[in-house]
Design a protein around this ligand. Structure first.
Ligand SMILES: [Zn+2]
Length: 227
């Protein structure tokens, strides 16, 4: 079964990417995996935080190299670690909505999907006064109801073009090899600041950021990448 899911999920993601509206739509609810018209820019994205240890560590690495990123926040974790959410904003990074409880949205009604997005939005607004404009569904599962609700709530959906699989504690050298071998201008790189049981993301960042900069790319927020 695991094997079947492993085959089906990338196919779903490829489908999403092939129907993406990249930077041309004025309507909300567009799905972005990459913006191939921004050839000298890439966007780092971190999901599932804030985390009481690793969000801070990632922000300090970003600061060390003077680069920016976008963090897709889980509402529950923002409530648990509000100071770390504030750190992200104070560092000038962008905040996206990644639902309140990181539940599998394909199993929910439209009303429940709306609640998940709205509750995360309210938590973020109350804590840092920012209303996110980007939504990333857990597992990248952008079903019809997720797309409809996102559009109604004036969110664009942000997926990714490079998946580091850091959430399964992939060794940092392997994460770096994945990113550096696939990297193209306009890429959206998927990483995580909240992973249970350890962290290989920080060491991978210390390898990939200077290398990506030396290739002449600029790190930008998702807003700037899809602009
Ligand atoms: Zn997630």
């Amino acid at each position: 079964m695991k094997k079947i899911i492993g085959i089906i999920l990338p196919l779903i993601l490829i489908f999403h990417c092939s129907v993406s509206v990249l930077g041309t739509s004025q309507e909300y609810g567009a799905i972005y995996c990459r913006n191939s018209s921004h050839l000298k820019q890439v966007a780092l994205t971190f999901d599932d935080g804030p985390h009481p240890r690793y969000t801070k560590e990632i922000l300090s690495i970003l600061d060390e190299f003077n680069v920016t990123a976008t963090f897709f926040i889980i509402g529950v974790n923002a409530e648990r670690y509000p100071e770390d959410l504030k750190r992200i904003v104070n560092a000038g990074c962008e905040i996206g909505n990644h639902t309140y409880s990181h539940t599998r949205l394909s199993q929910l009604s439209s009303k429940q999907v709306r609640w998940e997005i709205e509750r995360c939005q309210t938590v973020v607004q109350n804590l840092v006064g920012i209303r996110p404009v980007f939504f990333r569904p857990p597992q990248g599962a952008a079903s019809e109801s997720v797309k409809t609700v996102s559009r109604e709530m004036e969110y664009d959906i942000i997926l990714w073009s490079i998946d580091t699989r850091d959430w399964e504690l992939t060794p940092s050298a392997q994460i770096a090899a994945t990113v550096l071998s696939q990297l193209k201008g306009g890429d959206i790189i998927l990483m995580h600041d909240y992973v249970s049981g350890g962290n290989t993301t920080c060491d991978a960042l210390r390898i990939i950021i200077p290398e990506i900069l030396s290739r002449g790319y600029e790190f930008v927020t998702v807003s700037d990448l899809i602009d």
